[in-house]
Design a protein around this ligand. Structure first.
Ligand SMILES: Nc1nc2c(c(=O)[nH]1)N=C([C@H](O)[C@H](O)COP(=O)(O)OP(=O)(O)OP(=O)(O)O)CN2
Ligand SMILES: [Zn+2]
Length: 136
């Protein structure tokens, strides 16, 4: 019997969607207003879910306090109130789209979650735009 435990978190960050190897015109064509050279920001909402068997002694799939501390240490401290393009090394050569941010978050957390448990990341960039990633 598998059960999913989820924890919500949030961070505020600035970004610019563009490719360094494209002209301004091409970036404008593809990324539109998201290519603003002066950046723009989002209030990102994050849902991290861990699925696995319930431990018979504790009744937990994972202690939510542990999950919360992992998100705070590895995601919120790294991304909150940061410029993703300029301040976060993961995006030095990676466009900080919602898709790429979700994959980076998943990779950062995966190593701390037991191998026999599944991890899913859902990232809301705006209240209407969101992506999800489960690995693979
Ligand atoms: N596949 C993706 N498409 C877009 C991404 C993304 O990360 N992945 N990102 C952006 C922009 O960064 C931003 O999210 C767009 O903001 P905005 O247009 O303001 O968002 P909304 O759609 O919620 O606003 P509306 O008012 O509904 O237009 C663009 N595309
Ligand atoms: Zn944006």
């Amino acid at each position: 019997m598998k059960v999913t435990v989820s924890r919500k978190a949030h961070f505020n960050a600035a970004h610019r969607l563009y490719r360094k190897d494209w002209s301004m015109e091409q970036n404008d064509l593809v990324f539109g207003k998201c290519n603003n050279p002066n950046f723009h920001g989002h209030n990102y909402e994050l849902i991290v879910s861990v699925t696995g068997e319930i431990d018979q002694e504790t009744g937990f799939v994972i202690d939510v306090k542990i999950l919360s501390d992992l998100i705070k240490e590895h995601i919120e401290n790294a991304f909150d109130h940061k410029n993703l393009n300029l301040d976060v090394p993961d995006f030095e050569n990676l466009n900080p789209t919602a898709e790429n941010i979700a994959v980076v978050i998943w990779n950062k957390l995966r190593k701390y979650i037991d191998a026999n448990k599944e991890l899913e990341v859902v990232l809301y960039e705006t209240p209407r735009n969101f992506v999800s990633y489960k690995g693979n």
